[in-house]
Design a protein around this ligand. Structure first.
Ligand code: SF4
Ligand code: SF4
Ligand code: FES
Length: 226
């Protein structure tokens, strides 16, 4: 078996050696460091493992996800703690036209100065500053489409000099836009079936099945579908 290779990095200000090819999270685990904020999916989807790092010779601090960033020789890394963001209280289901309340609920949106610091921090390469511009000008569909890959890591909010939390504002707008979008026909049908308890008896039967019974049931269902 080939010898394991190591790289030296600065993790939370301490110089350590970790196996080459490790992600930042693996390096943290390997060296007994605290995970400040959390680790969830390990797949770049939950946004829990935000980090800030400086590459060797780099002039600018970069941001990313600890579970997706591979350590490099000489890298200087810190794990970002949870960043507090203002979250307004609202009940979207009880609002007639929620999008009309945007200004009232998140007035700070209109303080955005389009500086772009939020975009630079986004590990999903979302042009967050542009999203904010679309929101300010009422182009909500464009804004929500751009935010589809947002994983709510909060890095954009941590960089904003105006104390704005773009991901939180955008979440409200996504909910408001969705509320006004008609439900697809198949979803409407499915919801009606659930309300009518159409599958209750079938579920009761399924819960009684043992492992073999379940296999037979699935096989039969698969054949019927084919
Ligand atoms: S960092 Fe803040 S002020 Fe700057 S563009 Fe983003 S939301 Fe606007
Ligand atoms: S928009 Fe903000 S919260 Fe969403 S992924 Fe980018 S930095 Fe994270
Ligand atoms: S652990 Fe979920 S994005 Fe890294």
């Amino acid at each position: 078996m080939p010898d394991k290779k190591y790289v030296s990095i600065f993790l939370e200000g301490r110089k350590i050696k970790v196996p080459e090819g490790y992600t930042v999270i693996e390096a943290l685990w390997d060296t007994g460091h605290d995970i400040k904020r959390g680790v969830g999916c390990l797949s770049g989807l939950c946004g829990a493992c935000a980090i800030a790092y400086l590459e060797p010779g780099g002039k600018r601090v970069k941001f990313g996800l600890g579970c997706q960033t591979i350590v490099k020789e000489g890298m200087n890394i810190t794990v970002m703690p949870f960043f507090p963001s203002r979250t307004a209280q609202y009940n979207i289901s009880q609002m007639e036209r929620p999008i009309e309340k945007l200004k009232e609920i998140y007035p700070e949106l209109y303080m955005c100065q389009s500086c772009g610091f939020c975009s630079v921090a986004c590990p999903e390469w979302i042009n967050v500053s542009k999203v904010m511009s679309f929101l300010k000008s009422g182009e909500y569909e464009k804004a929500t489409e751009m935010m589809l890959d947002c994983i709510l890591c909060g890095l954009c909010a941590s960089r904003c000099p105006r104390g704005i939390a773009p991901q939180i504002i955008s979440l409200f707008v996504q909910r408001a836009v969705e509320k006004e979008r008609p439900l697809p026909e198949n979803l409407k049908r499915r919801l009606a079936e659930l309300e009518d308890l159409k599958y209750e008896e079938l579920w009761a039967e399924i819960f009684k099945l043992d492992e073999n019974g379940l296999r037979e049931f699935c096989e039969k269902a698969r054949k019927e579908k084919d």
